[in-house]
Write a protein that binds this ligand. Structure first.
Ligand SMILES: [Zn+2]
Ligand SMILES: [Zn+2]
Length: 136
């Protein structure tokens, strides 16, 4: 990926990276679903010593020796870091400055993948919020 960068929603936290991406995946685990309030999340694995953060970051120890960092101002989830992978920090791909160009290369923990994702292409689509939502 070369040089990449990202930020939280409110711009209080930014990050820059120039190095190898060690992992690039969508995680369907139940902890990620709860922690991000989303059906899944995408991570890029980076060398923690080469990520340059600016801004204040709060941390939650979501399980022993596992830390989830977030912006205290806007709540954006920034990364996952675990003693299991001491040489990696897993940064949420959605924080990338050009997240629209992001594409994962793997999906993990498929046993807890939300079942409705299988039907996503068949669910009615709208360019904007529906002005008159018809719930079936
Ligand atoms: Zn923020
Ligand atoms: Zn996960």
């Amino acid at each position: 990926m070369g040089k990449i960068s990202g930020r939280c929603m409110c711009h209080a936290v930014t990050w820059q990276y120039d190095g190898t991406v060690t992992r690039n995946l969508v995680c369907h685990c139940t902890d990620c679903q709860r922690a991000t309030s989303a059906p899944f999340t995408a991570f890029i694995g980076l060398n923690p010593e080469q990520v340059h953060w600016s801004g204040e970051i709060n941390h939650l120890e979501s399980s022993p020796n596992t830390w989830r960092g977030f912006c205290p101002a806007c709540g954006t989830r920034l990364y996952f870091k675990s003693g299991k992978w001491p040489d990696e920090i897993h940064v949420h791909a959605a924080t990338l400055d050009n997240a629209e160009n992001y594409k994962p290369s793997a999906q993990v923990v498929m046993r807890s993948r939300a079942h409705w994702l299988d039907d996503l292409a068949d669910i009615p689509q709208h360019q904007n919020f529906q002005t008159d939502p018809k719930i079936k």
